[in-house]
Design a protein around this ligand. Structure first.
Ligand code: DCP
Ligand code: CA
Ligand code: CA
Length: 347
């Protein structure tokens, strides 16, 4: 079973601002009257009606709906709610694997023996709503791949069950980019090879696919046939990755600070790659010689590269630094992590 929260960040905001429930509402960067940089992290379904989407430049959202409610990211608050949700979801499975802040797999094989899976999923939804006040969608399938796709089809506030015997036909008409592990680039390459639908890909020649994509080519064909043997494994201990540095002597030399941001950024990226993560939020910490401390955050499209981190951190520095003061300590942190499983393997 895959359990995924609906429009998660904005759903969290609704809990403390019930008045935004019936209007288009967005969490993301400051739109600054249309001149703002950065992206929409998410929006409620009311905003989606107008074509606003996660990952879209905030300036584009502003052009579509300047009178929407724009809220800035409060990752720590969402994380607290996420913890409550995950504690609840975990009790419903024999194995539990959180894959991002708002989504987890649980193994319910034994739990649904002798009772309707639909009833069980309804109980999970009810428990999450009662404990955390958040609505979610649930996909159930013979493996993680099918559960994930089923959950997408269940959105919002729904349940979709796909039995093993129906798994292949469930996905065969879908476009290849709806398959797990297929990003935009891979989808383009698949189309160029003549594979438009998952069903076409399912019949692909394995040797040809391996020639094109390496061992992951074979895996893609297995996915296209609805086959996924990966286990549900607990692995989500890490929520953010950061590094800090205290200068020998407090400094207002911008080149020196930027050099340090670059160094910290590269160290952070090493850990990001080791963990197989992508990040969406960059936070710069500045502590001045008077010991005041400021945090500046920006959300970007999911990334795992050093340049994305370092450029964002430097931009935050340049935009926010108080040039009147000397800096004692600088920190760089990434959060809003997700597993890059499926995206990373095919390049
Ligand atoms: N998120 C983000 N940047 C993106 C996409 C999402 O920061 N490009 C954040 C905000 C989301 C949260 O991660 O609330 C969970 O992402 P989902 O993809 O599950 O999207 P939502 O929960 O927002 O919407 P849905 O109802 O489609 O699941
Ligand atoms: Ca979600
Ligand atoms: Ca999610």
């Amino acid at each position: 079973m895959l359990v995924d929260m609906d429009y998660f960040f904005v759903a969290c905001e609704e809990l403390r601002h019930p008045e935004i429930r019936n209007v288009p509402a967005i969490v993301g960067s400051d739109p600054k009257g249309g001149a703002g940089r950065g992206v929409v992290m998410t929006c409620n379904y009311n905003a989606r009606k107008y074509g606003i989407r996660s990952g879209m430049p905030i300036s584009a959202a502003y052009r579509i709906k300047p009178d929407a409610v724009y809220m800035k990211l409060d990752y720590e608050y969402y994380e607290k709610i996420s913890e409550k949700i995950m504690r609840t979801v975990k009790t419903f499975g024999d194995k539990f694997e959180q894959v991002s802040i708002d989504e987890a797999y649980i193994d319910v094989t034994k739990r649904v023996e002798g009772r309707p899976a639909l009833e069980y999923a309804e109980a999970v939804k009810k428990a999450v709503f009662e404990n955390a006040g958040i609505k979610c969608s649930i996909g159930i399938g013979p493996n993680k791949l099918i559960a994930k796709i089923a959950c997408e089809k269940a959105k919002p506030d729904g349940i979709k069950i796909v039995e093993e015997k129906d798994a292949k036909s469930f996905i065969e008409k879908m476009s290849v980019d709806e398959l797990y592990g297929v990003g935009r680039k891979t989808a383009e390459r698949l189309r160029a090879m003549g594979y438009e639908t998952v069903g076409q890909l399912a019949k692909a020649n394995i040797a040809k696919m391996v020639g094109e994509f390496g061992s992951m080519g074979a895996e893609l064909v297995r996915y296209a046939n609805g086959v996924d043997d990966s286990e549900i494994t607990e692995n989500y201990a890490v929520k953010s990755i950061g590094r800090e540095f205290t200068f020998e002597k407090d400094t207002d030399d911008m080149n020196e600070v930027e050099r340090e941001i670059g160094r910290l950024g590269n160290d952070v990226i090493e850990d990001v790659k080791k963990g197989g993560f992508t990040f969406k939020t960059v936070t710069l910490k500045l502590r001045y010689s008077d010991f005041t401390e400021h945090l500046h955050s920006r959300s970007i499209k999911a990334a795992s590269e050093a340049a994305a981190l370092i450029n964002t951190a430097k931009a935050l520095y340049n935009e926010n630094v108080d040039a009147e003061k000397k800096i004692r300590k600088v920190g760089v942190r990434v959060s809003n992590l997700a597993s890059s499983r499926g995206q990373k393997r095919i390049v």
